[in-house]
Design a protein around this ligand. Structure first.
Ligand SMILES: Cc1cc2nc3c(=O)[nH]c(=O)nc-3n(C[C@H](O)[C@H](O)[C@H](O)COP(=O)(O)O)c2cc1C
Length: 361
């Protein structure tokens, strides 16, 4: 109800102000327990038990202010962050742009973050609450050693989170995406996995996931997946925002803004990259599919392209937080139609066929 009343108001505001208001409202949302999810939606991945496969993508709760309110809204998991070791302001505003007609957003936030110490305090305070809360790892703008940033964050935060994501795919921090190159990535993952193993005795098991850009070439992807498999990471997330601008975009003015594009126009490219990743991973670890999900059908398409789990963000800006319940209901209806008994039976069934299609534009 609040959601329906608030949305037109929020849409009239600058996107970033609207977002801050939404987070504030969530802080005051009643702490009612949600009804338990239908067991047919449950997913086991990375050694964790997810009550349902629909997560909220990082960027929404960058500073871990409202993870429990988001879990109560029915998300199967919440990924907070990206968090950087030291607090930093990010790029100058305005830095988030809505493309209304395209149901898309362009952002160039550049890792605005409250920093490790503040976020650690918040996550430690709710650590006993249960629910799956992952952490998206960022790197300070002026960091001399980005890998050292990831290592430091893992050492500090692993005890209070369910998993960590090595984010080498945000387009708004100079040089970050270069970490996706095989040689560099190999060293990065070696150091990250070593750090994770070092903290395991006091933190318990902490899966390490790798989040990639949708703008890689397939040759890059071949090498990247080879490195990820050799270093035995626990999973991959496909994908972050794109620096591309599909010719189909209607809002040509906003499309000129620098930054990463998310939402509906990202769906085809991100889903194709997911299928391409799935066929290369050959079941070595699970994948999370993200990019342009705005319905149960879109979530199901990600699952069929190879995702065990999905995440979304941009569609929530246009459709409201109630979308998560709609998506779960649609997934259950799909199962009831008899196509499969469990969602896991559908993971990757379309991947091979998708990789044979023309490249999406
Ligand atoms: C405003 C904004 C901030 C974001 N911040 C992050 C971030 O800090 N780390 C990250 O890995 N992805 C970040 N993302 C990317 C999302 O997590 C997601 O990968 C992308 O938006 C595609 O999903 P969507 O189309 O459902 O939004 C951000 C996206 C938006 C729109």
């Amino acid at each position: 109800m609040f959601d329906r009343l608030a949305r037109p108001l929020l849409r009239a505001l600058d996107p970033e102000d609207a977002h801050s208001l939404a987070v504030k409202a969530l802080k005051f949302a009643p702490a009612r327990r949600p009804p338990a999810d239908d067991p047919r939606l449950a997913v086991r991945a990375f050694g964790l038990n997810f009550p349902n496969p629909v997560g909220i993508a990082p960027g929404f709760d960058k500073h871990a202010e409202v993870p429990d309110a988001l879990l109560r809204l029915g998300f199967g998991f919440v990924e907070v962050g990206g968090v950087t070791p030291l607090p930093q302001a990010g790029n100058a505003r305005p830095r988030v742009f809505r493309l209304e007609q395209d149901q898309a957003v362009i952002n160039r936030l550049g890792f605005n973050s409250d920093g490790e110490a503040v976020v650690l305090g918040r996550l430690a305070a709710r650590a006993g609450e249960g629910g799956i809360v992952g952490l998206n790892l960022g790197s300070n703008k002026d960091s001399p050693d980005r890998t050292a940033d990831f290592v430091r964050l893992i050492e500090a935060m692993a005890p209070v989170v369910s998993y960590v994501t090595v984010n080498v795919s945000s387009p708004n921090t100079a040089g970050l995406r270069n970490l996706q190159q095989a040689m560099v990535l190999d060293d990065l993952l070696a150091r990250v996995i070593e750090a994770r193993d070092r903290v395991t005795p006091r933190a318990g098991p902490t899966p390490v996931l790798l989040k990639i850009a949708p703008d890689l070439t397939l040759t890059d992807l071949d090498e990247l997946v080879g490195v990820a498999r050799a270093r035995k990471i626990d999973g991959m997330i496909v994908s972050n925002t794109t620096i591309g601008r599909p010719p189909s975009l209607h809002d040509r003015v906003a499309a000129e803004e620098a930054g990463g594009l998310s939402g509906r126009p990202l769906f085809q490219l991100a889903t194709r990259m997911l299928a391409e990743t799935y066929v290369r991973v050959e079941g070595a670890f699970p994948l999370i599919g993200v990019g342009g999900i705005d319905s149960g059908a879109a979530a199901l398409a990600k699952i069929k392209a190879g995702a065990d789990l999905v995440q979304l963000y941009t569609a929530l800006v246009f459709r409201g937080l109630g979308l998560v319940a709609e998506i779960k209901a649609e997934l259950l209806r799909e199962l009831a139609r008899g196509e499969a008994e469990r969602l896991s039976d559908l993971v990757g069934v379309d991947a091979a066929a998708m990789t044979a299609e023309d490249w999406p534009h």
